[in-house]
Design a protein around this ligand. Structure first.
Ligand SMILES: Nc1ncnc2c1ncn2[C@@H]1O[C@H](COP(=O)(O)OP(=O)(O)OP(=O)(O)O)[C@@H](O)[C@H]1O
Ligand SMILES: [Mg+2]
Length: 508
């Protein structure tokens, strides 16, 4: 447990950092959202204001030009209604024109309607003495209309008061389209005093109004409105950016989390392997020591001639043989395992029958099986096909299975070895009635160094490489090894070896 806090602390720190990062990210995103929306609105306001100025400038310039032309005509000696008519024909921007002299006489039009009369009255009432004296121009609001009033010098009669009424249709049809064009993203519209759209730079469709700005004195009741298509308003754009940012951020967090999980697993796996390795070393040393001390003890006893009984002596020799066989099996296992680990293991493949190999292995186990009170059932089908195999390797695999069957049996000491044809290969089974293997462990027992929970295997020493070796050998022959059985109900290992076998090969 002492080594655990370190990774936990690191993961905790990374997790806390991710949480803080998320919180900060969220806060600054909120702040950025507000600022960005404001900025986009400002930009929209600038666009609309610039458009309003442009429109107003164009209108004022057109009016000035018209007024200058009228003034030029007024300076002609024969100035009269017909000159005004001629001027009007050339200046369609003006719907009506009124001309009065200093005494208030209306020189033009010759006949007027009640509506004209109202405008003329407004014109005469609003003009101050100062304007008469100094000349100049100003806008007058008369009801819904805006009149451009100007005092212009004339040839004979002294200054004249001119009132010009704009033709709104000419303005919206001819002047505004020249001046206003959208910027592609947004549309501009001109609204009149009642809020009706009198002109739009492009079809408004589903576009939403963002803001309006007023004109100055030339178009006092009108406003410029800026429209943006649905989804392109400052708020929508900021929202979209924020969504993208948040998605990227979420992805980042997922990647961090996945990295954490992967690292955690790796660290756990590494420390598990380290633990298994140290168990392995302890177990191998112990397994080497036990037969060695037995061999030494019996050899010394024999050497000192302390065993006069020949039967007893034979028994001692048998112990020496058995223990040295056990020792060499263990050493073979460890050496082969290390060759496999370093990729140096080679198999010498020859074609032959598997039956003699099974008998040879059983022969070497006959004595230990007898001695430990095992009964053995052997059934080998007569029709086994020849296999392409490395006989020694197959022997080693079967010996490991038999060794396990003995090692992991309790009271019920019975081992079955069977071989039969299956498909185009052979299945060799080694079954016991021992402690069995939990379903969840069936895969893991074939991993190197893996041994089922220490308590279960307590008293049963082993290095944990036997089954890893079996699996490697069997798979190198193109076969597979599986296990069945329940805890307490014994285990049955089945090795399938195909008859069409690989050539001499090098397997790593
Ligand atoms: N026949 C069996 N019955 C019950 N459990 C088994 C049997 N065979 C293997 N096991 C379990 O699988 C584990 C792995 O077996 P493996 O043969 O690889 O290692 P080992 O027997 O512990 O050591 P060794 O390397 O000396 O063989 C064993 O520790 C044991 O828990
Ligand atoms: Mg074993």
């Amino acid at each position: 447990m002492a080594a655990r806090p370190a990774p936990v602390l690191i993961f905790g720190a990374v997790f806390a950092a991710a949480v803080v990062l998320t919180a900060l990210g969220y806060l600054s995103l909120r702040r950025w959202e507000a600022a960005a929306e404001l900025q986009l609105r400002e930009q929209a306001r600038d666009t609309a204001t610039m458009a309003a100025e442009k429109v107003e400038m164009t209108v004022v310039r057109a009016e000035q030009d018209g007024l200058a032309a009228l003034q030029a005509a007024a300076l002609e000696p024969d100035f009269g209604s017909s000159s005004v008519e001629a001027w009007k024909a050339l200046h369609p921007l003006f719907a009506s024109v009124y001309v009065c002299d200093r005494r208030g006489r209306v020189l033009y039009p010759v006949r007027w309607s009640p509506e004209d009369a109202e405008l003329i009255d407004a014109l005469r009432a609003e003009i101050s003495e100062k304007l008469w004296v100094r000349g100049g121009r100003r806008y007058l609001e008369a009801g819904e209309h805006v009149l451009l009033a100007a005092v212009i010098p004339a040839s004979s009669r002294g200054p004249l008061l001119v009132g010009l009424l704009r033709d709104e249709q000419t303005l919206t049809r001819e002047v505004l389209p020249r001046v206003l064009g959208g910027d592609g993203k947004s549309a501009l519209a001109i609204l009149d005093g009642r809020g009706q759209t009198v002109f739009a730079s492009e079809p408004l469709g589903a576009a939403a109004p963002v803001l309006t700005v007023p004109f100055r004195e030339a178009l006092p009741a009108w406003r410029v409105a800026l429209y943006q298509p649905a989804g392109l308003s400052p708020r929508d754009m900021v929202r979209r950016q924020a969504m993208i940012f948040m998605a990227a951020f979420a992805l980042l967090l997922v990647v961090i989390a996945a990295g954490l999980v992967a690292t955690y697993r790796l660290v756990r796996r590494e420390s598990e392997i380290a633990r298994l390795k140290s168990d392995f070393v302890a177990n191998v040393s112990h397994d080497l020591k036990t037969p060695l001390s037995l061999i030494r003890m019996f050899a010394e006893t024999l050497e000192m001639d302390r065993v006069p009984d020949p039967a007893r002596r034979r028994e001692y020799y048998a112990v020496l043989t058995r223990e040295s066989e056990r020792l060499s099996r263990l050493i073979d296992n460890v050496l082969d395992f290390s060759r496999i680990e370093s990729g140096r293991q080679r198999y010498d493949i020859t074609v032959g029958s598997v039956e003699p190999i099974i008998h040879e292995v059983l022969e070497s186990f006959r004595h230990p099986l007898d001695q430990q009170g095992f009964t053995l059932d052997v059934s080998i089908a007569p029709d086994l096909p020849d296999l392409a195999m490395d006989g020694d390797a197959i022997k080693q695999a079967l010996a490991n299975l038999l060794d396990n069957a003995m090692k992991y049996s309790a009271e019920r000491r019975h081992v079955t070895v069977a071989a039969r044809r299956e498909g185009d290969g052979v299945v060799v089974e080694v079954a016991d009635r021992g402690i069995g293997i939990p379903v969840a462990e069936r895969e893991r027992i074939f991993e190197k160094f893996y041994r089922i929970g220490r308590s279960e295997t307590q008293g049963r020493r082993g290095s944990g490489v036997g089954l890893a070796l079996v699996k490697h050998i069997v798979e190198a022959h193109g076969g597979r090894v599986t296990v069945e059985g329940e805890p307490g109900g014994g285990s049955r290992f089945s090795v399938f070896l195909p008859s069409a076998a690989p050539q001499r090969q090098r397997v790593g």
